[in-house]
Design a protein around this ligand. Structure first.
Ligand code: OOG
Ligand code: MG
Length: 262
């Protein structure tokens, strides 16, 4: 670690305030160019601690920047991991207040809930398959706290990987009824197709993202408990939304997820 504890606490407060007040900030690596990966995750952990101390619950774990389209869009080449909190959840077909956010974008995600703990190292698609309870679709609304959505990996990890809202919808399905690699996803805004992809866009298989998450946590002495909701990362690039936009994402075999920005 390159940052002292006081700086970790200060940066967590700074980034969480930017989230809660919907005000953008400059990326933290501009001021702390020497910060390392452990510093970045320590800041995210402190943001999580602040939310839990306030009574919020962690609602799920997320993998980000797992598809080639997203890595290319953001100019990075490694996945990142974060969490979503209970207050970020919105109902399928509901409204999302654009003014509560800075510059939201939507992305379609194949998600799972686990039925057994997963502990790395050594997790792979097969071990994850054995731990999947069911599959379900979601749309994540990301909202980087960094000006113009421009960041590097350490900055975005510290910013809890841009988490801001998520909508679970569609139908839950058993894994053995699906081929997650060929599962097609079509993202429409106001009836116009904006992006489409298949599950394999996420690291060749969306469950490979979960294996990476388990191995990442395992390296830090943590595991994914049974019953955890996990988002495997946007299958397409993220699309900016404006007030008045109707978003509808159709997932092959999993139904659709929709929301309106007001
Ligand atoms: C980082 C979060 C990425 C995903 O699914 O790729 C993410 C960002 O692009 O702001 O959630
Ligand atoms: Mg995402």
């Amino acid at each position: 670690m390159k940052l002292d504890n006081a700086t970790i606490l200060k940066l967590a407060e700074h980034l969480e305030n930017a989230e809660l007040q919907a005000k953008d900030v400059t990326k933290i690596t501009d001021d702390y160019p020497d910060m390392d990966w452990d510093d970045a995750y320590a800041i995210q952990d402190e943001i999580r601690r602040r939310k839990e101390a306030r009574g919020n619950k962690v609602a799920g774990l997320k993998c980000g920047l797992t598809s080639f389209a997203k890595m290319k869009q953001m100019g990075v080449e490694t996945p990142v991991f974060g969490f979503v909190a209970d207050y970020m959840s919105r109902p399928d077909g509901g409204e999302i207040k654009h003014a509560e956010l800075i510059h939201p974008k939507v992305e379609a995600e194949i998600c799972i809930v686990t039925k057994a703990p997963l502990k790395g190292p050594g997790c792979h698609v097969g071990t994850v398959m054995a731990a999947v309870d069911f599959v379900l679709p979601a749309v994540e609304i990301i909202d980087s706290r960094y000006r113009d959505f421009k960041f590097d990996l350490k900055s975005v990890i510290a910013d809890n990987t841009s988490s801001s809202r998520f909508v679970i919808g569609g139908n839950m399905r058993n894994l053995d009824e699906l081929d997650l690699r060929t599962l097609g996803v079509v993202l429409e805004i106001n009836g116009e197709i904006k992006a489409m992809a298949a599950g394999a866009a996420v690291l060749g298989h969306p469950l490979a993202a979960v294996a990476m998450l388990a191995n990442h946590l395992g390296a830090r002495g943590q595991e994914i408990p049974a019953g955890t909701f996990i988002m495997t990362g946007g299958v397409t690039e993220a699309i900016a939304v404006n007030p008045g936009d109707n978003v509808n994402v159709r997932f092959q075999d999993l139904g659709s997820v929709s929301m309106r920005f007001v």
